[in-house]
Design a protein. Structure first.
Length: 481
């Protein structure tokens, strides 16, 4: 009996330890703006995350952030050149490495934006990068693997100087050579926001297009073959302006989420729909909200028994807080199942991807902003397999996005190292200013003084801090850890 009791206690302890590792809420950031856009999970349950960051140098770059299964920083790498580059979707193949699909204007001789694809090895070292596009502005919103390990990327191609845009699709092989491109659209703005692979050699896209007859935007669902031919293109939405943001596959039907615009109130209402694989409607609903609400992302959890939808909702109690993030739970028939998770900070927040995880749970990646300086942080939320939610309220520690051994700012005026433990060094003209110290909640911690171009931060608690000065247009920020 004693042996059985000991065994029972061991099982309970093991289960408790296992569950303690299934949820987390983490921030990652550097000195300026950093946004999480996409994540992928590896076989060992660790994660790779991509997005855009201004913390690796004077211009924004795409990055690849590797974290453990419990959300701890392992390494980060960055990609791009001297203008704006960002990663919108990360794909993973254990035999090939990582692919980061996004947008860049670092390589165009005319300064326009092009589709951007980076291939790295398993350690994030760049093997090659390529751009795709015309003299228009091509931006990428989503990407998936084809069955031959090539890539299909979707987004929009916009005519310069404020012109209209078309749906843009580019198909490559696994070494980045273009197999075909597709531009589809009319006289207004058309954009593909998401796609999934279905039925082996087919892909379904969704997004927004301009309906000429009604002079309104509509959602669409579009199926294409891997050779680039269009199988069907169907409109979503009757009276009013509609747009679709994401799509997923559930029980051989397509789940879509998006919005219907209330022009009188200048607010968005929820659109949810289920479609058969042939593009015919199975079910749809428009829910009128209090305030502005935009459904952004949706995904089944890893157990395939709950559907999660991430959306932005207007903060009705504090309008200056902007749009907050909510992640709501539904059953597989798209019926509300309650249990929302909230991320509510003093700025704009957005979820950019939901990802089912190997333990049956779900991962969400996105960004939060700080209105005092316009900076932003990557957030990563892990929901457990039994719908366990981490704590997302209060002050949260911020982990570094930039490797400690890598210079954060490559110019003559900088603060370093970031993150720091005891001393923050000031270089160039920054060493001549007077500063006020603020914490991440916007509380004034008083004036601070440099001694021989150094600031002692050893007494500060770990976290994100700002240094404001009358001589600066916006505050500096640093991480104490």
């Amino acid at each position: 009996m004693r042996v059985l009791n000991l065994l029972f206690c061991f099982v309970l302890l093991s289960t408790s330890i296992g569950f303690s590792q299934t949820t987390f809420f983490k921030y990652f950031s550097g000195l300026t703006y950093d946004t999480g856009q996409s994540a992928i999970q590896l076989e060992d349950s660790s994660y790779a995350i991509t997005g855009l960051s201004g913390s690796f140098g004077p211009d924004s770059e795409a990055f690849l952030l590797k974290i453990s299964k419990t959300g701890q920083f392992e390494w980060s790498k960055h990609y791009g050149a001297y203008e704006a580059d960002w990663g919108r979707r990360v794909l993973y193949n254990n035999a090939l490495g990582y692919y980061i699909a996004g947008t860049s204007n670092s390589y165009s001789s005319s300064g326009d934006y092009d589709a951007f694809l980076v291939h790295t090895d398993l350690q994030g070292n760049e093997l090659w990068s390529k751009t795709y596009g015309t003299n228009n502005w091509e931006t990428i919103n989503d990407a998936v693997f084809a069955r031959d390990s090539g890539i299909v990327m979707v987004g929009q191609s916009q005519v310069l100087n404020g012109g209209t845009s078309d749906i843009y699709v580019v198909r490559t092989n696994q070494i980045g050579d273009t197999l075909w491109t597709l531009n589809y659209g009319g006289t207004g703005d058309d954009v593909a926001n998401a796609l999934i692979a279905v039925e082996d050699s087919l892909f379904v896209l969704t997004g927004t297009y301009f309906n000429v007859d009604s002079s309104m935007s509509k959602g669409f669902i579009m199926k294409i073959h891997e050779n680039g031919s269009i199988v069907y293109f169907n409109q979503i939405g009757d009276n009013g302006n509609f747009g679709m943001n994401d799509i997923s596959l559930n029980m051989n039907r397509l789940n879509l989420c998006g919005w219907k615009k209330d022009l009188a109130l200048n607010e968005h209402d929820n659109y949810t729909g289920r479609y058969n694989l042939d593009g015919t409607l199975f079910y749809e609903s428009v829910f009128v909200n209090q305030g502005d609400v935009i459904l952004d992302e949706l995904s089944l959890n890893g157990s395939q028994n709950k559907l999660y939808v991430a959306y932005r909702n207007e903060n009705l109690t504090a309008a200056t807080f902007g749009m907050d993030v909510t992640i709501g739970r539904f059953n597989t028939n798209y019926d509300w199942d309650n249990g929302p998770l909230y991320i509510n900070n003093a700025g704009e927040e957005k979820t950019e991807q939901l990802l089912p995880t190997l333990d049956g749970g779900l991962l969400a990646v996105g960004y939060t902003t700080y209105p005092m300086n316009g900076g932003s942080n990557v957030f990563v939320v892990k929901i457990g397999p039994l719908d366990q939610y981490p704590n997302t309220s209060g002050v949260q520690a911020i982990q570094t996005l930039v490797g400690i051994d890598e210079p954060l700012v490559n110019n003559e005026n900088s603060i370093f190292p970031v993150p720091c433990s005891n001393t923050l060094n000031f270089k160039g003209v920054l060493a001549n200013f007077n500063y006020i110290l603020w914490n991440s909640q916007g509380q004034n911690l008083g004036s601070v003084y440099l001694v021989e171009n150094k600031l002692d931060v050893s007494d500060l608690m770990n976290g994100l801090y700002f240094l404001s000065s009358d001589s600066l247009n916006k505050p500096l920020r640093f991480i104490k850890q």
